[in-house]
Design a binder for this molecule. Structure first.
Ligand code: AP5
Length: 187
């Protein structure tokens, strides 16, 4: 199965992707996590990405697209994957289509996790206390929400037009949301 998981910051993409990728036995590919790993390791990619991430802005498409193309070419992604947080812009949608065309395959579904804004802000502020992620300050969270609404929310309509959009309510307990997600995917 080839899946995309989208939703606003704090909707639970990363949390749910872990359970869903395990249940479906496909690799979980999170662009945010790959960037954070590069930031921690101080790579050239990490230095470039940090500039944008710390402000809650998107890393430029050309940087993100080539990173995803390389990751999807790895053998474990051959029979399926769960992309968490990619694509987030229209050029990324086109790039993903081109990558999959090149591999003679296509996406099965895009799952949009929906959640109430007050709830997601509370989740991220709580994570800030527990983990201290640099982009979980109130100001940066607000900007991440604005950028999501402007750049990424409109992509749901694109996937709806392709007939592959599934909307899943992300409110409630983590395991309730997982059950809803798996049911929406027919599992
Ligand atoms: P990324 O790491 O993807 O961050 P994000 O989209 O802002 O999402 P989060 O990780 O904050 O939230 P989530 O929806 O994954 O929720 P989570 O499960 O973690 O990206 C970071 C940055 O990298 C971007 O801002 C950008 O700069 C860059 N980037 C990444 N991809 C890019 C791309 N394609 N193009 C350009 N730039 C890109 O949960 C959040 C919290 O809530 C956790 O503490 C969790 O425990 C808790 N929680 C989850 N579910 C529940 C629940 N049901 N009830 C209560 N608490 C819950």
């Amino acid at each position: 199965m080839r899946l995309v998981l989208m939703g606003p910051p704090g909707a639970g993409k990363g949390t749910q992707a872990k359970f869903v990728s395990e249940a479906l036995n496909i690799p979980h590919i999170s662009t945010g996590e790959i960037f954070r790993k590069n930031v921690t390791e101080g790579t050239e990619l990490g230095v470039k990405a940090k500039e944008y991430m710390d402000k809650g802005e998107y890393v430029p498409d050309e940087v993100t697209n080539s990173m995803v193309a390389a990751r999807l070419a790895e053998p474990d992604a051959k029979n399926g994957f769960l992309l968490d947080g990619y694509p987030r812009t229209l050029p990324q949608v086109s790039e993903l289509d081109a990558i999959l065309d090149g591999l003679d395959t296509k996406l099965d579904n895009c799952v949009e996790i929906t959640a109430n804004t007050d709830e997601v802000v509370q989740r991220l502020l709580k994570r800030a206390e527990l983990e201290g992620r640099p982009d979980d300050t109130e100001e940066v969270i607000r900007n991440r929400m604005v950028v999501y609404a402007r750049e990424t929310e409109p992509l749901a309509a694109v996937y709806e037009e392709h007939g592959i959009l599934l909307k899943v309510d992300g409110m409630g307990e983590v395991d309730e949301v997982t059950q809803r997600l798996l049911a929406a995917l027919g599992h």
